[in-house]
Design a protein around this ligand. Sequence first.
Ligand code: G1P
Length: 270
Amino acid sequence: MKALIPAAGLGSRFLPATKAQPKEMLMVVDKPAIQYVVEEGLASAADEVIIINSHDKKSIEEHFTPNPALEAELRSRGKDSYADKVAYAGNLNVSYVYQEEPLGLGHAVYCAHDKIEGEPFFVLLGDVLVPDNQMLIRMKEVSDEHNGASVIAVLPVPHDEVDRFGVIDGTQISDDVWKISSLVEKPPVDQAPTNLAVFGRYLLTPRVMELLAEVKPGAGGEIQLTDALDKLLEEEEMYALVIDEEDGFDTGTVESWLDTNNRLYKRFKG
Ligand code: G1P
């Protein structure tokens, strides 16, 4: 299976910090946010991690490219532990496809359609960090229990925050699994069917790529992955894994990014 990481967005919510620096390169505790996501993809059942990048965000690619000069300089100064970190990041196995225009998450995912070749695939959004790397593995288990169906991670959020997310409706079938009946992207608070918010981890069947080719712009005038998934429900079953607050860390707003830095700092160093 392949893991896709869309990273071509404008990072508007973080301006001006993201004027000359991709949002994905903002540091969380001690490394860029996107490094957590790449490591998670590689730690899961995925055999290839593909970043869907924009041509303007070359620093993401530089981060995952070896830098022998910097490494040698650090070693010559006796700073081997830092040199090891440089070598590690530069050798993570990542490839790239490009999204020429930021037309939405659905469009970004579709940019990798040539890479999918009729197999299920993961999508990992960089706004969400899963430092223990266990979520995709659990999602694969749920998919296997349901004949290879699509599975998405959802997090219960306060009702007044649902309009920031994709939201699911459905029926609870076990402690942490729901069978999904519909999805809606960024519903007004008073129209959200539940408070179960799509949380940035998806295991999808290849049919999603075909549906994305036809999906029209939705919420915010963007081509939405959520809309393609809602269409998929006309043909296939789909399940939601309900995750716990402690499993996933949101970095999608300045506030949640600061909060995640504090919580992860305590977890790693506390
Ligand atoms: C995207 C998805 C949304 C999901 C969210 C999670 O929205 O479209 O369904 O709930 O990520 O972070 P975005 O944050 O890109 O607007």
